[in-house]
Design a protein around this ligand. Sequence first.
Ligand SMILES: [Zn+2]
Length: 304
Amino acid sequence: MRKDNEGNFRTFWFRYDGYEIKEIDEKHYITPKENSKIIMYDPFDLADDILVDILMIGRCVEKNDIEESNKKIMEFVEKYGLLGELTYLPLNTDIVKQNRIYLPSGNLVSEKETLPTDEYIELFLKCKKKQKVVMKKNARGEILDLSVENEMNPLALIDRPAEYAVVFSRAYSECLVWIMHYARTLYLTFEAIENYSKAQDAYTKQIYDTRIKEFNPSKIACKILMGKNKEDKPVLEWNFNSLKLAIDTMFALNETTKRKTVKMCKHCGKPFASQNLKAEYCSPQCRNQANVYKSRAKNKMEEV
Ligand SMILES: [Zn+2]
């Protein structure tokens, strides 16, 4: 998908310039490095790169190449930040004020489908950090005030509820397997859509149908911002609750447009991005290889 030249839509996300993996209770958590710097960016400026990178991770996971997928996940978070699972997952909004979280069943973050907000937030604060997230609570355990110490406050730049300060803090972490699982699911949906017309039998088509139906991001919200000056065009501003939801949206837009820029290579099956709408192969090598196979097949036909 492609942001047009007039830049008629925008969103934002934060990343740090360094991340590390910490092992806690036999789980691997990814978290910003202690001395890393926070950077704000618009994921839509990098939409095709983000899509190709997350789909490549999914492809590695699906092929069971865990070493390569771990390497690619670290590269991914250093380029784009963590996915924002904390704000993506809950079924309800304004979770600090409501003091309770409702989660979809079968999620990887918690076995419980409902839990107090403070308990939920702690699931993302597993790594010991100098930077503290402070939750002042009353006797019933309800959060009265949530603040992040010793940090430039990203919320000063944007209009978001308090829980976003946690997601954008250096104390925040996400489990490696959450990212693996998300990338794999997205890749399988991608594969199903890209190969749909090629499915030979009813069984494969059924599998593809199910995968495509299961892709069901909720809570996509946007608003129209009018420009400050007369000559400014109105801007579609997306209120994504996470990088994950931004990726879901980029993916849905990419798969449904005629001007698709992220595709699956017809020869090797890898996801790739190309502004050339006719491009079918990820590289000249793949195109040449495919041509060789084609002419061999043709020769064979002629021999018969
Ligand atoms: Zn290829």
